[in-house]
Design a protein around this ligand. Structure first.
Ligand SMILES: [Zn+2]
Length: 250
């Protein structure tokens, strides 16, 4: 069985000391495919190195919506475009809107989101979407662009899931579904068709265990929980999710 982590930040400084060992262990555990999300030149350079050794890793690059506090000069978008044409990542991400942690940069977020969707459109690249407390605006903006891709760390309702599915997006579920007493995720996961579902850690973030760094092989735990919720054999879940993963980059 092969596992895929549809969203992790292996290029992050939090993996600086043991990135190589981590990757080897990850492969050993059969977490063979992953999308390496890069939101800085540092993370991108580290991730490019990893991909040289493991070609099944995919690269995603974008300006994160939480990262517009200090610098929201348009020049950042020009620089991003240059990097994208130079490095040719597989995906634009993560980009989107975060009104939860950064409500006061809302306008900039929308502008940067739109421009990055244009960048994706022009190059026919899929997108990885971060949306927090911004569902309506995210849906409205996405509707205006002919893009495809993934809604990262989905934790919304069944109704919202349907709206994203209707627009052709994959929904990716993370460790938040493991939290005790989380009733809604099970309901949503049962509702989302298997062939539109992805699984991710967001490592090193979103660890289900407090103060512990999240690591890509933790994705296996999320796979198991989803197999339970959907009442499908783990092997079938692995196969289908891997197909979905590949299809994003068709
Ligand atoms: Zn992330």
């Amino acid at each position: 069985m092969i596992y895929c982590d549809a969203h992790c930040h292996l290029g992050s400084r939090q993996f600086e000391k043991d990135r190589q060992q981590l990757l080897e262990a990850m492969m050993e555990a059969n977490v063979r495919k992953a999308i390496l999300i890069c939101c800085s030149r540092h993370d991108l350079d580290r991730s490019i190195e990893l991909r040289k050794a493991y070609p099944d890793l995919r690269l995603a690059m974008a300006i994160h919506p939480q990262d517009l506090e200090e610098d929201h000069s348009l020049d950042r978008l020009n620089r991003l475009e240059k990097i994208i044409d130079e490095v040719k990542p597989d995906m634009i991400g993560e980009t989107g809107l975060d009104y939860y942690s950064h409500p006061h940069t809302k306008e900039y977020q929308q502008y940067f989101f739109r421009r990055q969707l244009e960048i994706a459109c022009e190059r026919d690249l899929p997108v990885d979407i971060h949306s927090r407390k911004a569902t309506q605006d995210t849906l409205n903006i996405l509707k205006q662009y002919k893009v495809r891709g993934i809604i990262h760390s989905y934790s919304g309702s069944v109704e919202t899931a349907d709206l994203y599915l209707k627009q052709g997006y994959y929904l990716s579920f993370g460790a938040s579904i493991l939290f005790k007493g989380a009733r809604r995720p099970a309901e949503v996961i049962r509702h989302v068709p298997l062939e539109r579902l992805l699984i991710e850690t967001d490592a090193p973030y979103q660890s289900p265990i407090k103060d512990k760094r999240h690591e890509p092989w933790d994705v296996i735990r999320i796979y198991k929980a989803i197999a339970d919720m959907k009442q499908v054999p783990l092997a079938e879940l692995c196969r289908t999710v891997e197909m979905n993963f590949d299809r994003v980059f068709r």
